[in-house]
Design a protein around this ligand. Structure first.
Ligand SMILES: Nc1nc2c(ncn2[C@@H]2O[C@H](COP(=O)(O)OP(=O)(O)OP(=O)(O)O)[C@@H](O)[C@H]2O)c(=O)[nH]1
Ligand SMILES: [Mg+2]
Length: 302
């Protein structure tokens, strides 16, 4: 089956003139790529305007205009530049998200990345105390990576795990805690209560830490459902950013534009495989370029 990326690449390649049918077919394609319908049409109107202003009637040029328009959407909500842990100030990254999206895997990938790149000693905190297997899974990653894991027993208090991780970081000189959390479908109030308690713990240690960032993990293969999840988490705890996982050949990824436009939620990292190194800081221009089928060469831009 032809992938979405191949399809959009082919679409622009085949079209020569910008007729009405071109814009209609492109709107359908954006929707297929996980745009919402209203949003797809707003984007098409903007594209049509810009093409008119720039007096262009060629699809190849329209592709470039669309790519920059989409990049602007992503950049409008901030982001850009990788999160850099400061070895002097303890930071806490809290990974949130529903079941199975890739929180634990992403926690391990971040630990690997920060250890390799920043030379800091990350600590993994097993704040998913809901299932015994979850604690084990994180411990296995910790062993493989040579990264310390702070864990309690199954059923323990996630905030207490974070407290101990902060203590451990101070004792061991660690500058970063990456906390995995439970992926059960929280009711809004349970989620808020759990996170408030973690916030209180972090605050009680405010003199010792540079605070907490909350990253929501979303699975790119779930399409528009990822936006619905983001809306629930946004209303409850206002995450600071998104880690988009499972962005491999079948994932379309257009939901990222909705996250920016409707929730002002920037993507911070993107993951495209199960290995530790399959995580990259999110590059808005590159993503928008690839989404529209532009070839992108490493280090050279589009
Ligand atoms: N292809 C691919 N698979 C991934 C990626 N991230 C995670 N996975 C896989 O997705 C599955 C679920 O990942 P977990 O990290 O256990 O997800 P979780 O959110 O911690 O799940 P729960 O703890 O059950 O809520 C595993 O099989 C992972 O290997 C990714 O970026 N790409
Ligand atoms: Mg997990």
């Amino acid at each position: 089956m032809i992938s979405f990326r191949e399809k959009i690449k082919k679409f622009f390649g085949m079209q020569a003139k910008l007729e009405e049918s071109f814009f209609e077919d492109l709107a359908d394609l954006l929707i297929e790529g996980d745009f919402g319908a209203a949003e797809a049409w707003r984007t098409i109107e903007e594209l049509r305007d810009r093409c008119k202003k720039q007096k262009t009637a060629e699809s190849e040029k329209a592709r470039e205009i669309l790519a920059s328009l989409l990049a602007e959407k992503l950049l409008s909500c901030g982001g850009g530049g990788e999160f850099t842990p400061d070895p002097e100030t303890l930071r806490i990254i809290l990974l949130l998200g529903v079941n199975g999206v890739g929180k634990t895997t992403s926690a391990a990938k971040l630990a690997f990345r920060f250890r390799e790149r920043c030379g800091c000693k990350p600590i993994l905190a097993a704040a998913d105390t809901f299932r015994a297997a979850a604690i084990e899974q994180l411990k296995i990653h910790g062993e493989r990576l040579g990264v310390r894991v702070v864990a309690h027993q199954r059923g323990g208090d996630p905030a207490a795990v974070i407290y101990d991780a902060i203590e451990a970081a101070h004792a061991g000189g660690g500058g970063l805690i990456i906390a995995d959390t439970a992926g059960r479908m929280h009711t809004k109030s349970a989620l808020v209560e759990e996170l408030k308690k973690i916030d209180r713990v972090v605050e009680s240690k405010a003199g010792d830490t540079g605070g907490c960032v909350k990253w929501l993990v979303l699975d790119a293969t779930t399409g528009r459902n990822a936006l619905a999840q983001a809306e629930i988490f946004h209303a409850a705890v206002k995450p600071d950013g998104v880690i988009l996982t499972k962005y491999d050949s079948t994932a379309r990824g257009g939901v990222v534009f909705s996250l920016a436009e409707t929730l002002s939620l920037p993507v911070v990292y993107i993951c495209d495989g199960e290995k530790y190194e399959n995580i990259q800081p999110f590059d808005a221009s590159r993503f928008a370029g690839e989404f529209t089928g532009l070839d992108y060469q490493e280090g050279k831009g589009k």
